[in-house]
Design a protein. Structure first.
Length: 409
């Protein structure tokens, strides 16, 4: 799992990143822990786990931490620079540990991060949301390095943690690391996390450390009535997810709960979306005549980032659609919408100081019309934030709702 929200820098240097000339020391794990505690992310219940289960014990020799100065992941090797590696391991930054399903080679980042260690602030935020008691049985989806499973095992006992990893090599490494760390093996299952952990009984808690586009129903049926399922859930609109906490109903057949706020995690492999090939969509753009429209919906979207509530709401109201803001040039910026169900697209050109935008649309879907209606829906309801949205999951599928379960779609 990973999050692109950046926190405590790995290296306190001129650039603030993990590369460049060093002018000050790396933050220690104790200093990072203090920062997490004072920010309210690391709660009392997880103090001992943080102190006794260091992230560095679960990281491979070569890692790609997020460099805040460069705006990208950079390669750091323990054998080449142990100080830099240790500083990055402690830092509150996400670290990619595998690219392109293990097919990547060389020092440069790969195309798609496929396994990672989340920034500690995200890890402890999600663990806090899980509300585990001592001796809870916990199912984790997305083992990754094994650090998250180790924190859970320290809290509830290694015999009470089952963790599922789809990548065989990643699962094997985590299994060995966990066995070495605890002296007894944590149950690491190599399999598709969508199925949960069949044959392992019923769990009190389920935690997904990978982003999903829908919550697999197997996670609900493998959780006891009254138990909790915590997962990063999102749409195709942006890469960001929203953390949702669901409580399983008394009959064990459905679960419902509210969204807690934004995160961004490596996606469940079966829920990945393919990259947008702009040229395939926009080849007819020369034949499409633009129209004029109110600039406010585009301007509001341009002011937002992918972790804001507006893109989340538009992802709900404009389903199966991806939004991309193109680079600015000449005082204007194109904002693109691409349908994931067909080759429909829309483009709104936002110019500085203009009250209107030029809009091009093509295909069966009128994506700009859908986005404008979605924006108006959001404004009419008071521009709701995360805390007003919720999700219900049952055998028939999912319903997202606003304020009350009955007000959904």
């Amino acid at each position: 799992m990973s999050s692109t929200n950046t926190g405590t820098a790995a290296r306190l240097d001129d650039s603030g990143g993990v590369s460049g000339r060093t002018v000050r020391a790396y933050a220690t794990r104790e200093e990072v822990g203090y920062a997490l505690t004072t920010s309210g992310v690391l709660k009392t219940a997880w103090f001992d786990a943080y102190a006794r289960v260091p992230r560095e014990a679960f990281l491979p020799d070569v890692i790609w931490p997020w460099d805040t100065a460069a705006g990208k992941a950079v390669r750091v090797s323990r054998s080449e620079d142990a100080e830099a590696w240790r500083g990055c391991a402690h830092a509150d930054v996400p670290i990619v540990t595998q690219w392109d399903d293990g097919q990547h080679e060389g020092p440069e980042p790969g195309n798609v991060p496929t396994s990672s260690a989340s920034m500690p602030s995200t890890v402890f935020r999600m663990l806090d949301a899980l509300r585990v008691d001592d001796y809870c049985r916990v199912l984790e989806i997305g083992t990754g390095t094994g650090w998250n499973a180790a924190l859970l095992a320290h809290k509830v006992g290694e015999e009470n943690v089952v963790t599922v990893e789809v990548d065989e090599a990643v699962a094997a490494r985590a299994r060995d690391t966990l066995a070495h760390y605890f002296g007894v093996p944590v149950d690491v299952v190599h399999g598709d996390g969508r199925a949960g952990a069949p044959g392992r009984g019923v769990f009190d808690r389920v935690l997904a450390t990978c982003g999903v586009r829908s919550v697999p129903y197997a996670w609900i049926t493998q959780t006891r009535p009254g138990g909790l399922v915590v997962a990063p859930w999102g749409t195709a609109f942006t890469s960001a997810d929203a953390l949702v906490r669901l409580r399983v109903g008394p009959e064990g057949e459905s679960a419902s709960g509210r969204f807690l706020g934004p995160v961004e995690c490596t996606k469940l492999r079966a829920h990945r979306t393919a990259p947008i090939d702009h040229d395939v969509y926009a080849r007819q753009i020369a034949d499409v005549q633009p129209s004029l429209a109110d600039a406010e919906p585009v301007r509001a979207l341009a002011r937002s980032d992918r972790f804001d509530a507006l893109p989340f709401a538009l992802g709900l109201r404009v389903p199966h659609c991806t939004y991309v803001a193109a680079p600015e040039g000449g005082g204007s910026r194109p904002h693109w919408l691409y349908s994931r169900k067909d080759r429909s697209w829309a483009c709104a050109l936002l110019a500085d100081g203009e009250d209107t935008v030029r809009v091009w649309q093509h295909g069966r879907r009128r994506l700009w019309n859908e986005a404008r209606s979605g924006f108006e829906w959001w404004v009419e309801r008071g521009r709701p934030g995360w805390e007003r949205f919720g999700l219900t999951v049952n055998e028939a599928g999912e319903r997202v709702w606003l304020d009350e379960e009955g007000c959904g779609w």
